[in-house]
Ligand binder design. Structure first.
Ligand SMILES: [Fe+2]
Length: 266
């Protein structure tokens, strides 16, 4: 297992790359530091899920490399465009693939590892994964997406459970008004679907959306982490207990607390 799990050479390169890119920032480098921290947390999540799923070793290694490198393009993206929004700049998944090829980061890896890791980096930020992907690519991409979401959940919990008001860009400029509710948001909850961003009307809707990510977690180990790290539960418990949110809040909390290994899908 040792060879496959040891990606320390890659971690050293990433640390150096992040430091070199950070040094190019003439203003506040905090956004870049947060991306570096996010990377290590996503890698930590990926390690836990890989261990829980007992993947074959080449697939496990591809997953860890994809997790480490999934946001490698965030530095260049921010330095060039001053934003992390792909819609206003570039596709950071595809840009990451270009960087990894240019830097020859995966040239020393077995073909099966390189191909899967590159594909997972390129796919990790897609709204939905295309159908017909090779099984290993699909598993690696889903694992990185789960690991990524788990850390975004942590970040959002930190903001939304912290002092109010929350920075408006963090909550997508949604109003924090308890009486505004997206009906489609509640419908999605009761049919076990992930809420769509387009249906959000308020900050409470956003809390619900984050809770419904549970339905999209691909592995039992991801679902366990989703529940056990407490972030989703805190976000949901902070919803109003009265209608219209109360029943959706209780429905989701029951799903999370009762059956962590079950996606809840019928
Ligand atoms: Fe990303």
């Amino acid at each position: 297992m040792q060879y496959f799990a040891d990606i320390s050479r890659h971690e050293q390169w990433f640390a150096g790359y992040a430091a070199r890119e950070r040094a190019k920032e003439m203003g506040d480098a905090t956004p870049l530091d947060l991306k570096t921290q996010h990377t290590y947390r996503v890698l930590g999540n990926a390690r836990d899920i890989v261990a829980g799923e007992q993947f074959a070793q080449p697939l496990a290694r591809a997953c860890l490399l994809a997790a480490l490198y999934h946001d490698v393009a965030r530095f260049g993206q921010y330095l060039q465009y001053r934003t992390f929004k792909d819609s206003e700049s570039c596709n950071h998944g595809l840009m990451g693939v270009k960087i990894l090829k240019r830097e020859k980061r995966l040239d020393g890896e077995k073909e099966s590892v390189r191909r899967v890791a590159l594909a997972a980096v390129g796919l990790h930020n897609r709204f939905a994964l295309p159908s017909g992907l090779p099984e290993n690519v699909r598993l690696a991409a889903r694992l990185v997406r789960d690991s990524d979401k788990l850390d975004i959940l942590r970040i959002m919990d930190t903001y939304l459970s912290g002092p109010k008001p929350c920075r408006s860009t963090v909550v997508l400029n949604l109003p924090d008004s308890p009486d505004i509710v997206g009906k489609a948001v509640l419908d999605a909850v009761f049919s076990g679907r992930v809420v769509a961003y387009a249906d959000l009307r308020s900050v409470n809707d956003f809390r619900v959306l984050l809770g419904t990510w549970f339905f999209d977690m691909s592995f039992p180990a991801s679902r366990n982490r989703f529940v056990e790290n407490g972030h989703a539960i805190r976000l949901l418990e902070n919803l109003p207990q009265t209608a219209p949110y109360g029943p959706a809040r209780d429905f989701l909390l029951r799903r999370l607390k009762n059956k962590p290994g079950d996606s809840g899908r019928a």
